[in-house]
Design a protein around this ligand. Structure first.
Ligand code: NAD
Ligand code: UDP
Length: 319
Protein backbone atom coordinates (compact mmCIF):
# COMPACT_ATOMS: atom_id res chain seq x y z
CA UNK A 1 0.00 0.00 0.00
CA UNK A 2 1.28 3.49 -0.81
CA UNK A 3 1.71 5.04 2.62
CA UNK A 4 1.88 8.56 1.17
CA UNK A 5 -1.80 8.65 0.20
CA UNK A 6 -3.45 11.24 2.45
CA UNK A 7 -6.84 10.22 3.73
CA UNK A 8 -8.40 12.87 5.95
CA UNK A 9 -11.02 10.35 7.07
CA UNK A 10 -8.40 8.32 8.92
CA UNK A 11 -8.94 8.15 12.64
CA UNK A 12 -6.32 10.20 14.53
CA UNK A 13 -5.09 8.29 17.57
CA UNK A 14 -2.98 9.60 20.41
CA UNK A 15 -1.13 6.81 22.25
CA UNK A 16 0.49 8.05 25.44
CA UNK A 17 3.25 5.71 26.59
CA UNK A 18 3.43 4.52 22.99
CA UNK A 19 7.15 3.68 23.12
CA UNK A 20 6.56 1.22 25.95
CA UNK A 21 5.74 -2.48 25.94
CA UNK A 22 1.93 -2.40 25.54
CA UNK A 23 1.80 0.98 23.78
CA UNK A 24 4.08 -0.13 20.96
CA UNK A 25 2.02 -3.28 20.32
CA UNK A 26 -1.14 -1.16 20.22
CA UNK A 27 0.53 1.21 17.75
CA UNK A 28 1.41 -1.73 15.49
CA UNK A 29 -2.27 -2.73 15.31
CA UNK A 30 -3.55 0.82 14.71
CA UNK A 31 -0.96 1.43 11.99
CA UNK A 32 -1.79 -1.91 10.35
CA UNK A 33 -5.45 -0.77 10.22
CA UNK A 34 -4.33 2.30 8.24
CA UNK A 35 -5.13 4.78 11.02
CA UNK A 36 -3.05 7.79 12.02
CA UNK A 37 -1.03 7.60 15.21
CA UNK A 38 0.71 10.15 17.38
CA UNK A 39 3.00 8.45 19.87
CA UNK A 40 3.65 10.53 22.96
CA UNK A 41 6.32 9.41 25.43
CA UNK A 42 9.03 10.72 27.74
CA UNK A 43 11.09 7.48 27.37
CA UNK A 44 11.24 6.84 31.11
CA UNK A 45 10.73 3.10 30.57
CA UNK A 46 9.98 3.07 26.84
CA UNK A 47 12.36 2.91 23.94
CA UNK A 48 12.28 4.37 20.45
CA UNK A 49 13.37 1.01 19.02
CA UNK A 50 9.90 -0.36 19.90
CA UNK A 51 8.28 1.92 17.32
CA UNK A 52 11.29 2.41 15.02
CA UNK A 53 9.65 0.66 12.09
CA UNK A 54 6.98 3.37 11.81
CA UNK A 55 9.24 6.43 12.08
CA UNK A 56 9.18 7.28 8.39
CA UNK A 57 5.54 6.38 7.80
CA UNK A 58 3.23 9.16 6.65
CA UNK A 59 0.56 8.22 9.21
CA UNK A 60 2.96 8.24 12.17
CA UNK A 61 4.29 11.01 14.38
CA UNK A 62 6.25 10.92 17.60
CA UNK A 63 6.37 13.57 20.30
CA UNK A 64 8.71 13.59 23.31
CA UNK A 65 6.46 14.89 26.05
CA UNK A 66 5.84 14.31 29.74
CA UNK A 67 2.13 13.82 30.45
CA UNK A 68 2.41 15.73 33.72
CA UNK A 69 2.39 18.82 31.44
CA UNK A 70 -0.71 19.74 29.37
CA UNK A 71 -0.60 19.35 25.60
CA UNK A 72 -2.83 20.57 22.77
CA UNK A 73 -3.41 18.32 19.76
CA UNK A 74 -6.23 17.50 17.37
CA UNK A 75 -7.12 13.82 17.82
CA UNK A 76 -10.16 11.54 17.76
CA UNK A 77 -9.10 8.82 20.21
CA UNK A 78 -6.82 8.97 23.24
CA UNK A 79 -5.29 5.73 24.49
CA UNK A 80 -3.76 6.70 27.83
CA UNK A 81 -1.02 4.23 28.76
CA UNK A 82 1.79 6.53 29.92
CA UNK A 83 2.96 5.28 33.31
CA UNK A 84 5.73 2.94 34.44
CA UNK A 85 4.15 -0.47 35.11
CA UNK A 86 6.90 -2.47 36.77
CA UNK A 87 7.10 -2.20 40.58
CA UNK A 88 10.84 -1.44 40.51
CA UNK A 89 10.32 1.41 38.07
CA UNK A 90 7.20 2.96 39.58
CA UNK A 91 8.73 2.70 43.08
CA UNK A 92 12.02 4.35 42.01
CA UNK A 93 10.36 7.78 42.25
CA UNK A 94 6.94 7.26 43.80
CA UNK A 95 6.02 10.95 43.94
CA UNK A 96 6.69 11.25 40.22
CA UNK A 97 4.56 8.11 39.70
CA UNK A 98 1.61 9.68 41.56
CA UNK A 99 2.05 12.87 39.51
CA UNK A 100 2.29 10.94 36.25
CA UNK A 101 -0.90 9.05 36.94
CA UNK A 102 -3.00 11.88 38.39
CA UNK A 103 -1.77 14.84 36.33
CA UNK A 104 -1.28 12.71 33.21
CA UNK A 105 -4.85 11.43 33.31
CA UNK A 106 -6.19 14.88 34.20
CA UNK A 107 -4.29 16.55 31.33
CA UNK A 108 -5.34 14.00 28.73
CA UNK A 109 -8.96 14.01 29.89
CA UNK A 110 -8.83 17.81 29.52
CA UNK A 111 -7.58 17.31 25.97
CA UNK A 112 -10.35 14.77 25.31
CA UNK A 113 -12.91 17.28 26.52
CA UNK A 114 -11.51 20.11 24.39
CA UNK A 115 -11.49 18.12 21.14
CA UNK A 116 -14.34 15.70 21.93
CA UNK A 117 -12.08 12.63 21.70
CA UNK A 118 -12.88 9.13 22.92
CA UNK A 119 -10.70 8.02 25.83
CA UNK A 120 -9.33 4.77 27.21
CA UNK A 121 -7.43 4.51 30.50
CA UNK A 122 -4.95 1.68 31.00
CA UNK A 123 -5.91 0.91 34.59
CA UNK A 124 -4.81 -2.17 36.46
CA UNK A 125 -5.73 -5.14 38.62
CA UNK A 126 -3.71 -3.27 41.30
CA UNK A 127 -6.89 -1.29 42.08
CA UNK A 128 -7.99 -4.49 43.88
CA UNK A 129 -4.84 -4.35 46.07
CA UNK A 130 -4.28 -7.61 47.97
CA UNK A 131 -7.75 -8.95 47.15
CA UNK A 132 -9.92 -10.71 49.67
CA UNK A 133 -12.01 -12.38 46.97
CA UNK A 134 -10.79 -14.61 44.17
CA UNK A 135 -11.41 -14.28 41.24
CA UNK A 136 -11.80 -10.50 41.17
CA UNK A 137 -14.99 -9.12 39.65
CA UNK A 138 -15.28 -5.49 38.58
CA UNK A 139 -17.69 -4.69 41.42
CA UNK A 140 -15.14 -5.77 44.07
CA UNK A 141 -13.88 -2.55 45.66
CA UNK A 142 -10.47 -3.78 46.64
CA UNK A 143 -8.18 -3.90 49.63
CA UNK A 144 -5.50 -1.28 49.12
CA UNK A 145 -2.92 0.21 51.50
CA UNK A 146 -2.93 4.00 51.11
CA UNK A 147 0.58 4.50 52.53
CA UNK A 148 2.68 1.54 51.35
CA UNK A 149 5.37 1.27 48.69
CA UNK A 150 2.84 0.22 46.02
CA UNK A 151 0.32 2.94 46.93
CA UNK A 152 1.66 5.55 44.47
CA UNK A 153 0.65 3.20 41.66
CA UNK A 154 -2.43 1.51 43.16
CA UNK A 155 -4.02 4.65 44.58
CA UNK A 156 -2.87 6.62 41.53
CA UNK A 157 -4.80 4.30 39.24
CA UNK A 158 -7.83 4.41 41.55
CA UNK A 159 -8.03 8.22 41.37
CA UNK A 160 -7.41 8.02 37.63
CA UNK A 161 -10.48 5.78 37.32
CA UNK A 162 -12.42 8.31 39.44
CA UNK A 163 -11.37 11.13 37.08
CA UNK A 164 -12.59 9.09 34.09
CA UNK A 165 -15.95 8.44 35.75
CA UNK A 166 -16.35 12.14 36.63
CA UNK A 167 -15.41 13.35 33.15
CA UNK A 168 -18.09 10.98 31.83
CA UNK A 169 -20.69 12.21 34.35
CA UNK A 170 -19.87 15.95 34.16
CA UNK A 171 -18.70 16.43 30.57
CA UNK A 172 -20.04 13.32 28.80
CA UNK A 173 -16.58 12.27 27.61
CA UNK A 174 -16.65 8.65 26.48
CA UNK A 175 -14.15 7.22 28.95
CA UNK A 176 -13.31 3.50 28.96
CA UNK A 177 -11.55 1.97 31.96
CA UNK A 178 -9.52 -1.15 31.23
CA UNK A 179 -8.32 -3.08 34.28
CA UNK A 180 -5.29 -4.87 32.89
CA UNK A 181 -4.02 -8.02 34.63
CA UNK A 182 -0.37 -9.14 34.34
CA UNK A 183 0.57 -9.08 30.67
CA UNK A 184 3.79 -10.35 29.14
CA UNK A 185 5.39 -10.85 25.74
CA UNK A 186 8.01 -9.63 23.29
CA UNK A 187 9.45 -6.13 23.95
CA UNK A 188 9.49 -6.44 27.73
CA UNK A 189 12.82 -5.01 28.81
CA UNK A 190 15.37 -7.44 30.26
CA UNK A 191 15.71 -5.05 33.23
CA UNK A 192 11.96 -4.51 33.51
CA UNK A 193 11.89 -6.35 36.84
CA UNK A 194 8.56 -8.10 36.33
CA UNK A 195 8.44 -11.81 36.91
CA UNK A 196 8.14 -13.22 33.37
CA UNK A 197 10.97 -11.13 31.92
CA UNK A 198 13.12 -11.69 35.03
CA UNK A 199 12.75 -15.48 34.88
CA UNK A 200 13.32 -15.73 31.12
CA UNK A 201 16.37 -13.46 31.16
CA UNK A 202 17.84 -15.16 34.22
CA UNK A 203 17.29 -18.61 32.69
CA UNK A 204 18.85 -17.63 29.36
CA UNK A 205 21.95 -16.48 31.25
CA UNK A 206 22.08 -19.74 33.26
CA UNK A 207 21.42 -17.83 36.49
CA UNK A 208 19.14 -19.06 39.31
CA UNK A 209 15.53 -17.84 39.15
CA UNK A 210 14.68 -15.37 41.93
CA UNK A 211 11.53 -16.41 43.81
CA UNK A 212 10.15 -13.73 46.12
CA UNK A 213 8.55 -15.17 49.26
CA UNK A 214 7.66 -18.87 49.13
CA UNK A 215 6.42 -18.64 45.52
CA UNK A 216 2.88 -19.70 46.43
CA UNK A 217 1.44 -16.29 45.53
CA UNK A 218 -0.56 -16.42 42.30
CA UNK A 219 -0.80 -14.36 39.15
CA UNK A 220 -2.74 -14.82 35.87
CA UNK A 221 -0.65 -14.08 32.80
CA UNK A 222 -2.08 -12.71 29.55
CA UNK A 223 -0.13 -12.73 26.29
CA UNK A 224 0.21 -9.25 24.81
CA UNK A 225 -1.57 -10.01 21.49
CA UNK A 226 -4.69 -11.16 23.35
CA UNK A 227 -4.60 -8.07 25.55
CA UNK A 228 -4.34 -5.62 22.64
CA UNK A 229 -7.36 -7.23 20.93
CA UNK A 230 -9.32 -6.67 24.16
CA UNK A 231 -8.12 -3.07 24.37
CA UNK A 232 -9.29 -2.28 20.84
CA UNK A 233 -12.66 -3.97 21.41
CA UNK A 234 -13.17 -1.97 24.59
CA UNK A 235 -12.40 1.34 22.84
CA UNK A 236 -14.90 0.39 20.10
CA UNK A 237 -17.59 -0.39 22.70
CA UNK A 238 -19.95 1.86 24.63
CA UNK A 239 -19.01 0.44 28.03
CA UNK A 240 -17.98 3.24 30.36
CA UNK A 241 -17.63 1.23 33.56
CA UNK A 242 -14.43 -0.73 34.41
CA UNK A 243 -13.73 -3.96 32.50
CA UNK A 244 -11.21 -6.64 33.53
CA UNK A 245 -8.98 -7.74 30.67
CA UNK A 246 -6.60 -10.59 31.42
CA UNK A 247 -6.15 -14.31 31.27
CA UNK A 248 -8.19 -16.14 33.93
CA UNK A 249 -5.79 -19.10 34.27
CA UNK A 250 -4.10 -18.73 37.63
CA UNK A 251 -0.58 -19.99 38.37
CA UNK A 252 1.65 -19.83 41.41
CA UNK A 253 4.97 -18.09 40.86
CA UNK A 254 6.66 -21.44 41.55
CA UNK A 255 4.63 -23.08 38.75
CA UNK A 256 5.73 -20.30 36.40
CA UNK A 257 9.36 -20.77 37.46
CA UNK A 258 9.15 -24.55 36.91
CA UNK A 259 7.67 -23.99 33.46
CA UNK A 260 10.38 -21.55 32.36
CA UNK A 261 13.13 -23.71 33.87
CA UNK A 262 11.84 -26.77 31.95
CA UNK A 263 11.65 -24.85 28.67
CA UNK A 264 15.07 -23.17 28.88
CA UNK A 265 17.37 -25.16 31.18
CA UNK A 266 16.17 -27.95 33.52
CA UNK A 267 19.39 -27.71 35.56
CA UNK A 268 18.68 -24.22 36.90
CA UNK A 269 18.36 -23.48 40.62
CA UNK A 270 15.90 -21.24 42.41
CA UNK A 271 16.97 -18.70 45.01
CA UNK A 272 14.44 -17.39 47.49
CA UNK A 273 14.30 -13.68 48.38
CA UNK A 274 11.98 -11.84 50.75
CA UNK A 275 8.48 -11.03 49.55
CA UNK A 276 8.17 -7.29 48.83
CA UNK A 277 5.85 -5.29 51.12
CA UNK A 278 2.15 -5.50 50.17
CA UNK A 279 2.85 -8.00 47.35
CA UNK A 280 -0.65 -9.35 46.56
CA UNK A 281 -1.04 -13.05 47.38
CA UNK A 282 -3.55 -13.84 44.67
CA UNK A 283 -4.66 -12.39 41.35
CA UNK A 284 -7.18 -13.86 38.92
CA UNK A 285 -9.62 -11.88 36.80
CA UNK A 286 -13.27 -12.72 36.41
CA UNK A 287 -13.64 -11.87 32.72
CA UNK A 288 -17.40 -12.57 32.34
CA UNK A 289 -18.03 -8.89 31.58
CA UNK A 290 -15.50 -8.87 28.71
CA UNK A 291 -16.79 -12.21 27.38
CA UNK A 292 -20.45 -11.14 27.48
CA UNK A 293 -20.12 -7.51 26.40
CA UNK A 294 -17.04 -7.42 24.16
CA UNK A 295 -17.13 -11.00 22.89
CA UNK A 296 -13.48 -11.16 23.99
CA UNK A 297 -11.51 -13.87 25.66
CA UNK A 298 -7.81 -14.73 25.55
CA UNK A 299 -6.77 -17.40 23.06
CA UNK A 300 -3.05 -17.89 23.68
CA UNK A 301 -2.04 -20.41 26.35
CA UNK A 302 0.77 -19.68 28.80
CA UNK A 303 2.98 -22.35 27.15
CA UNK A 304 2.47 -20.83 23.70
CA UNK A 305 2.99 -17.26 24.89
CA UNK A 306 6.06 -18.08 26.97
CA UNK A 307 7.64 -19.85 23.99
CA UNK A 308 7.03 -16.81 21.78
CA UNK A 309 8.52 -14.57 24.46
CA UNK A 310 11.58 -16.80 24.92
CA UNK A 311 12.17 -16.75 21.15
CA UNK A 312 12.05 -12.95 21.18
CA UNK A 313 14.40 -12.65 24.18
CA UNK A 314 16.88 -14.99 22.47
CA UNK A 315 16.88 -12.87 19.28
CA UNK A 316 17.02 -9.57 21.15
CA UNK A 317 19.56 -10.34 23.86
CA UNK A 318 21.61 -13.39 22.86
CA UNK A 319 22.86 -12.31 19.44
P1 NAD B 1 5.96 0.33 30.10
O1 NAD B 1 6.74 0.84 31.26
O2 NAD B 1 6.63 -0.56 29.12
O3 NAD B 1 5.34 1.54 29.27
C1 NAD B 1 4.97 2.75 29.85
C2 NAD B 1 5.34 3.87 28.88
O4 NAD B 1 4.94 5.12 29.46
C3 NAD B 1 6.85 3.95 28.63
O5 NAD B 1 7.10 4.11 27.25
C4 NAD B 1 7.27 5.20 29.43
O6 NAD B 1 8.43 5.80 28.91
C5 NAD B 1 6.02 6.05 29.32
N1 NAD B 1 5.91 7.03 30.40
C6 NAD B 1 6.09 6.84 31.72
N2 NAD B 1 5.91 7.98 32.38
C7 NAD B 1 5.60 8.94 31.46
C8 NAD B 1 5.33 10.33 31.53
N3 NAD B 1 5.31 10.99 32.70
N4 NAD B 1 5.06 10.98 30.37
C9 NAD B 1 5.08 10.34 29.18
N5 NAD B 1 5.35 9.03 29.05
C10 NAD B 1 5.61 8.33 30.19
O7 NAD B 1 4.67 -0.38 30.73
P2 NAD B 1 3.54 -1.24 30.02
O8 NAD B 1 3.61 -2.61 30.57
O9 NAD B 1 3.54 -1.04 28.56
O10 NAD B 1 2.24 -0.55 30.64
C11 NAD B 1 1.49 0.39 29.91
C12 NAD B 1 0.26 0.80 30.73
O11 NAD B 1 -0.52 -0.35 31.06
C13 NAD B 1 0.60 1.49 32.05
O12 NAD B 1 -0.33 2.54 32.25
C14 NAD B 1 0.39 0.41 33.08
O13 NAD B 1 0.00 0.94 34.33
C15 NAD B 1 -0.73 -0.41 32.45
N6 NAD B 1 -0.71 -1.81 32.93
C16 NAD B 1 0.19 -2.69 32.42
C17 NAD B 1 0.20 -3.99 32.90
C18 NAD B 1 1.14 -5.03 32.36
O14 NAD B 1 1.11 -6.18 32.84
N7 NAD B 1 1.96 -4.76 31.37
C19 NAD B 1 -0.69 -4.38 33.90
C20 NAD B 1 -1.57 -3.43 34.40
C21 NAD B 1 -1.59 -2.15 33.88
N1 UDP C 1 8.37 -12.05 41.52
C1 UDP C 1 9.29 -13.06 41.82
N2 UDP C 1 10.53 -12.97 41.27
C2 UDP C 1 10.91 -11.97 40.44
C3 UDP C 1 9.97 -10.95 40.12
C4 UDP C 1 8.71 -11.03 40.71
O1 UDP C 1 8.99 -14.00 42.56
O2 UDP C 1 12.06 -11.98 39.98
C5 UDP C 1 7.01 -12.15 42.08
C6 UDP C 1 6.50 -10.89 42.76
O3 UDP C 1 6.87 -10.86 44.12
C7 UDP C 1 5.01 -11.04 42.56
C8 UDP C 1 4.87 -11.76 41.23
O4 UDP C 1 6.14 -12.37 40.99
O5 UDP C 1 4.46 -11.85 43.59
C9 UDP C 1 4.52 -10.85 40.07
O6 UDP C 1 5.42 -9.75 40.12
P1 UDP C 1 5.50 -8.65 38.99
O7 UDP C 1 6.53 -7.67 39.40
O8 UDP C 1 5.66 -9.32 37.67
O9 UDP C 1 4.05 -7.98 38.94
P2 UDP C 1 2.95 -7.55 40.04
O10 UDP C 1 1.79 -8.38 39.71
O11 UDP C 1 3.44 -7.81 41.42
O12 UDP C 1 2.76 -6.09 39.77
Amino acid sequence: MNNKIYNPQNTRNLVSGGAGFLGSHLIDKLMQKGEKVICLDNYFTGDKSNIAKWLNHQNFEIIRHDVTEPIQLEVDKIWHLACPASPIHYQSNPIKTSKTIFLGTYNLLGLARRVGADFLLASTSEVYGDPKINPQTEDYRGSVNTVGIRSCYDEGKRIAETLCADYKRMHNINTRIMRIFNTYGPRMRCDDGRVVSNFIFQALQGKPLTIYGNGNQTRSFCFVDDLIKGMIKLMESDIYTPVNIGNPHEFTILELAEKIKKLINPNLDFIYKSLPEDDPLQRKPDISKAINNLNWHPEISLDEGINLTIDWFKKEYLN
